[in-house]
Unconditional design. Structure first.
Length: 307
């Protein structure tokens, strides 16, 4: 037979929890702000709801029965959960807490997203985030499905412009990355003919970067470079470049991190201008933005140079 515990009130639970701690009705009454007679009446109400006693008198105050002890343990858990929920909801409402699901293409992930999250971590440590780094097309699909709250990338199909609010942010300059000791490293007289003598590793031709590289060569009436490995994996690209003479076109935000004496990579001084096009900050139209998301957006926008 189930007990009608739903008839218990919050005052009943608070009294039970304090009664288990103090073992005295007067002390428990003081802690919940009621008189001793009122506390005694509340105990009677609890016992009437349960249909069995929860306490018995002892020489040192009040002893809870087995049922009373079990209910007091549950009461403590409920009160603790409610207190934590109060703190969480207050944090969510104020933007001091929350969980963000974010997506970004590589360059703004390094140049904007991570610095913004790093600052937010210092100012609002209860805001957490998942970050997916991928090409714009799958990120837009995740945003459309509601599995991401924000994307730094590019609309990948016509309906994206209709379904997303897109705030243009910046361009994505591309540099050519090779390993230290590469035959072209350090040369000031590199020609386009020199570049096509080596294998290239980059995403598919249908990707924004693949199209931009091919267009850059066609602008000079040259065929695109030999692409023996096609991959969208950032880690695999760096590994292949490190171990071979392959050339990788990568966003400057990436090459700035890995190129240098201690990074094992260098940028080529090459006469090739690759324009991937601008990227923007995308959210769903009509999307309810939490205060935590607004804080992140403000942090991202605050890093951009003033126009």
């Amino acid at each position: 037979m189930s007990l009608p515990l739903h008839h218990l009130k919050m005052t009943h639970l608070r009294l039970l929890a304090h009664l288990a701690d103090t073992r005295r009705i007067t002390a428990a009454a003081d802690l919940i702000g009621v008189s001793q007679p009122t506390a005694s009446r509340l105990i009677v109400e609890i016992e009437e709801i349960l249909g069995q006693p929860i306490h018995e008198r002892s020489g040192r105050g009040v002893a809870l029965t087995v049922v009373g002890e079990a209910l007091a343990r549950r009461a403590r858990r409920i009160l603790t959960e409610l207190q934590e929920a109060t703190v969480e909801v207050s944090g969510l409402a104020s933007g001091a807490a929350g969980h963000l699901r974010l997506g970004s293409v590589t360059a703004p992930a390094l140049g904007l997203m991570l610095p913004a999250l790093r600052t937010l971590r210092l100012t609002h440590p209860n805001i957490t985030a998942d970050v997916s780094v991928a090409q714009s097309a799958p990120l837009c699909q995740e945003l459309r499905a509601g599995r991401l709250d924000l994307v730094l990338g590019r609309p990948s199909e016509p309906r994206d412009q209709e379904e997303f609010d897109v705030l243009p942010l910046d361009t994505e300059p591309v540099e050519l990355l090779v390993r230290q000791g590469h035959p072209l490293a350090g040369r000031q007289d590199i020609s386009l003919a020199d570049l096509v003598q080596f294998d290239w590793v980059m995403p598919a031709e249908s990707s924004p970067l693949g199209r931009a590289v091919n267009m850059a060569f066609r602008a000079h009436d040259m065929p695109p470079p030999r692409q023996t490995l096609t991959t969208g994996s950032f880690l695999l690209t760096l590994t292949v470049v490190r171990q071979t003479n392959a050339i990788a076109p990568l966003a400057r935000a990436v090459t700035d991190v890995f190129a240098g004496p201690d990074g094992g990579y260098v940028m080529l001084d090459a006469p090739l201008q690759v324009d991937v096009g601008p990227y923007g900050l995308m959210t769903r139209k009509g999307q309810a933005r939490t205060p935590a998301l607004d804080r992140l957006i403000n942090q991202i926008l605050g890093q951009l140079p003033l126009s």
